[in-house]
Ligand binder design. Structure first.
Ligand SMILES: [Zn+2]
Length: 292
């Protein structure tokens, strides 16, 4: 069988699975947002593409680390904030509206599923558009916080910067000595983006909600994740323990490559558009399927 034929047959198989057992739970990762200009942490081999991202204990325990984070974030936020949903987000929304997909669980912090109109989104790792006080847990919008950052640190701008998936950018450390971090306006505590950093703990209610979504779904569809982060892999393990099918759409290696029911190693937006086309979803009439 030629590789195109194999791809077509896998897409048809996924369409059949969603048609016979609608309401699959979806788990999404950074690979969903690369086409929106937000790069994935890991390459197709599952290895880090940049330095390892911010660690929770380092952030909480070190003012210098917080300055490094916020000075990079000040520069990276405007581009991150401008990112818009791509075909993958739009197709997931369409398949959710048609009832073929149910709950969406995302490891992303970019809110692009909601921007595309998806409902029932569980954000495993939080949301980058909010900042939370480590002391009193008051939250403020990241956009509002950006204005405070900019007014305190108007010279913190260089020419080129490279965005990371959490809105971070690479920066020279020599700007840090004069850098000021705005403090909580309620209690003067330290502020943190409302996301789970590496080494941080998931909100227990969010984790339980995600497990419950997998428990109640007929199967799990993983889109754009290498599953190297345990919080996502744990959901795949749960689905497998319960005997539910696991389908993975991801370019490159994943941690569940020995465990899945079906794997489609291809660009997710196109695969989902083709699945939608095979399912004759009305919203997809305007999308031209690449595969016949
Ligand atoms: Zn506070």
């Amino acid at each position: 069988m030629k590789s195109d034929d194999r791809l077509v047959s896998k897409i048809k198989k996924l369409a059949t699975m969603l048609s016979e057992d609608p309401g699959y739970c979806v788990l999404t990762g950074a690979g969903c947002s690369t086409a929106s200009g937000l790069p994935a942490y890991r390459n197709v081999n599952g290895l880090w593409q940049h330095d390892k991202p911010m660690d929770h204990q380092e952030f909480v325990g070190s003012e210098i680390k917080r300055k490094i984070y916020w000075s990079r974030s000040q520069r990276g936020w405007p581009n991150f904030h401008k990112a818009r949903p791509n075909q993958t987000h739009e197709m997931l929304t369409a398949l959710q509206r048609s009832g073929h997909l149910g709950q969406i669980i995302t490891q992303n912090v970019d809110r692009l599923h909601q921007a595309a109109g998806s409902k029932a989104v569980i954000e495993l790792h939080g949301r980058l558009d909010q900042v939370i006080c480590l002391n009193c847990t008051n939250t403020v919008s990241r956009q509002e916080f950006q204005q405070r950052l900019e007014s305190l640190n108007s010279s913190n701008y260089g020419s080129e910067c490279v965005i990371r998936p959490d809105g971070d950018v690479d920066i020279c450390a020599d700007l840090l000595s004069d850098f000021s971090i705005p403090r909580c306006e309620c209690c003067d505590g330290d502020l943190k983006p409302d996301v789970v950093f590496f080494g941080g703990v998931l909100n227990p209610r969010t984790a339980a909600h995600a497990l419950s979504a997998v428990n109640h779904a007929p199967g799990l569809l993983v889109v754009g994740s290498s599953l190297m982060v345990y919080s996502g892999f744990a959901l795949v393990k749960r689905a497998i323990e319960l005997g539910k099918p696991v389908v993975i759409i991801n370019k490159g290696t994943t941690r569940a490559d020995d465990l899945h029911t079906l794997k489609i190693d291809h660009e997710s937006g196109q695969v989902l558009a083709d699945v939608g086309s095979a399912l004759s979803i009305p919203e997809l009439r305007n999308y031209k399927a690449s595969l016949k």
